[in-house]
Design a protein around this ligand. Sequence first.
Ligand code: DAH
Length: 345
Amino acid sequence: MEDKLRSLQQEAIEKVNEAQDLKELNNIRVAYLGKKGPVTEALKGMGKLSAEERPKMGALANEVRGAITETIEAKQAVLEKEAVEKKLQSETIDVTLPGRPVKKGNHHPLTMIVEEIEDLFIGMGYTVAEGPEVEKDYYNFEALNLPKGHPARDMQDSFYITEETLLRTHTSPVQARTMELAKGKGPIKIICPGKVYRRDTDDATHSHQFTQIEGLVIDENIRMSDLKGTLNVFAKKMFGEDREIRLRPSFFPFTEPSVEMDISCKICGGKGCRVCKGTGWIEILGAGMVHPNVLEMAGFDSKKYTGFAFGMGPERIAMLKYGIDDIRHFYTNDTRFVTQFGTEE
Ligand code: DAH
């Protein structure tokens, strides 16, 4: 029995020393010291020994068990340390490596222009108002002095949804809605950016969907000179301090008088070139003094209140500002186009 215990000890210690990892070590522990292991088995056989031998063998068995346990514990400490070191090594971060560049997006050029115009007017005390794209015929036309059958409705071929609803053809209905909400009490000072829709065939200068920005100011004593001064500030901030503006008489059913605003051509400085078609001027927007009918329909006393309104197309402004020759570029989402306009955050 003594020999058997000694050889078990030697065998176990050899195996422990050869163990490669903690799992293997644990298997060895179970195999030698477990309930069904040979050391336990040997101790069970003690009953057959003589009374003299029994304590000797008992002590020896405990010694063997102790020696194996000690070796396992020592080996375990070594393996655990190794495992930690291995893990640390595999997780080492080389802080000297250059970082991977993060690709930064940029705003769509139209968004940039719309935000630039918004900021400009917010700086002059305006607030931003919005309205629905699916609009009532009433706000899109009637409340803007365009009754059913009015010939000016032909200027705007519309996408009708029902008899009474359509995709708005301009952002002017937001003025009618805002005035109505104000219940006849001024002042109002808003700009309204948004998408509009027309039954146009898409080409370099037409799109069935585009954007507009509407402006509206209502108060007592608002005059044409206020409109002109406001548009002058806008044109210079947008296109450069050296730009001149001029107002030409025009017609819109919702304004009286109505005007169109041109800016002096930046390319030729007013001498006449291809871009301005030889005139030295470039048309930018439509505007005018709010028609008394429009004020009255929205519940404003047109004797007390006057106002001006203007409407412009951000696409056209972006095209002029950046020299873009085709409106379709804004909507085809070619990243080679949309990423050309700088990163703005
Ligand atoms: N709604 C007009 C259009 O779509 C643009 C416009 C012109 C708006 C004159 C105005 C204005 O407010 O006064 O063509």
